[in-house]
Ligand binder design. Structure first.
Ligand SMILES: *Cc1c(COP(=O)(O)O)cnc(C)c1O
Length: 390
């Protein structure tokens, strides 16, 4: 089967080239700086096509190429460039298109460091940021200015999980020549197909569900052929590339993505439902639950959910939060997510144009691959401690 069409088959085989590696199933890890050329003719020919040749270690290696091929296949883009972290991927995607005097639109529930990149860093270069309500849909039209250049969407949003109507937003902004850049990390590029929904450039923190073992930093920028030179040039001019060992780990993780994600999804839903039934809980923020803002759009556009969601408690004093978190035995307190292990993180959502008043009572959970009964037992004891601490 030369060109498998089913997603799970692609995940196992995309970017796999044993014929280039002595029949060995996984790629070699190429550590490289200098690339040598046998002749001037070869040197000149390769330099004439820098996108498709390896010219220097900083421009990528065959290890990264195989990983990139797999990511582009799964996300449905033409090409991917792998960089050193998810945040590096975000900066490459934004800097590829914006310039002095431009205006960007950013969803109000974007990942915190993305907000800082736009409102602090880009501002120094004369780029202005306007935040928008993630539930705005086609209403985004009112915020477009003559100099609006890029819109940054993240769906669901970090910590609060609102789902955006990306097709409506993309249709609207494309009429004004605005690029749609998406952070697609939550779906792992698996439960949401960005290029079928109008996205121009999709970014992922491959650190999360691709690497999947909490042991490497990696980011991906995926795009269509028309943006190839702009995006690849930006990554190169910024000196941003993926280390070969990390690209290897990303590709290795992808091979088991479908089996892992199914389990993260199932356990995540089980925990979310359990929280929903608890008297101490005000709201559970999980796109697959009917009361999550944008749930109907999630049903329409996504094919599943991953293992990351938040819970808002009715009451949660600082002492209660500490009692909950400190005593958990299976949920480590820490950032990042997408690894095999369960995690907990008290969250502080920053908002500019929308209201958010749950700071101090909102906790993000990542459902790992442990037995869900054990996880629920751990959480039940935690909620008891939270209540007892007042
Ligand atoms: C973690 C994360 C990032 C950043 O990825 P790093 O690899 O940690 O730099 C970007 N977006 C989202 C939604 C994330 O959760």
């Amino acid at each position: 089967m030369k060109h498998p069409t089913k997603r799970d088959t692609k995940l196992v085989h995309a970017g796999s080239h044993p014929e280039k590696n002595h029949g060995i199933v996984n790629p070699a890890i190429y550590h490289a700086s200098t690339v040598s050329y046998p002749t001037m003719k070869d040197f000149e020919e390769k330099r004439a096509d820098p996108i498709n040749n390896f010219l220097y270690g900083r421009h990528g290696t065959p290890t990264a190429r195989d990983f990139q091929e797999a990511v582009a296949t799964i996300e449905g883009g033409d090409r991917t460039v792998a960089v050193g972290s998810g945040l590096a991927a975000i900066s490459v995607a934004m800097l590829a298109f914006v310039g002095t005097g431009d205006h960007v639109l950013v969803c109000d529930n974007a990942y915190g460091p993305t907000r800082r990149l736009c409102e602090d860093f880009l501002k120094r270069f004369g780029v202005e940021t306007t935040y928008y309500d993630p539930l705005i849909g086609a209403g985004i039209e009112d915020l477009i200015r003559p100099n609006t250049n890029t819109i940054y969407v993240e769906s669901p949003g970090s910590h609060t999980f609102e789902i955006q109507d990306i097709p409506a937003i993309a249709d609207t902004v494309h009429k004004h020549g605005v690029k749609v850049v998406m952070d697609n990390t939550w779906s792992a590029g698996y439960y949401f197909k960005p290029f079928d929904h109008g996205v121009d450039v999709s970014v992922q923190a491959a650190t999360k569900y691709y690497v999947a073992h909490s042991d490497a930093m990696l980011g991906t920028v995926t795009f269509m052929e028309k943006d190839t030179e702009t995006v690849i040039d930006t990554a190169r001019v910024l000196g941003n590339n993926a280390a070969p060992d990390d690209a290897y780990l990303g590709l290795r993780g992808m091979r088991t993505l479908s089996a892992r994600l199914a389990r993260h999804q199932k356990t995540g839903l089980q925990l979310a439902e359990w929280f929903k039934g608890r008297p101490e809980v005000d709201r559970v923020l999980h796109p697959a639950l009917p009361d999550c803002p944008g749930h109907k759009i999630w049903q329409r556009d996504f094919t599943g959910s991953s293992g990351l969601f938040s819970v808002v408690f009715k009451k949660c004093s600082p002492a209660g939060m500490a009692a909950l978190v400190d005593g958990l035995e299976l949920f480590a307190l820490g950032g990042s997510w997408g690894g095999f292990e369960s995690l907990v993180l008290p969250t502080n959502a920053t908002r500019t144009v929308t209201e958010w008043h749950d700071n101090g009572r909102c906790v993000r959970f990542h459902a790992g691959l442990e037995d869900p009964d054990d996880l629920i037992e751990d959480l039940a004891a935690g909620v008891k401690r939270l209540t007892a601490a007042g």
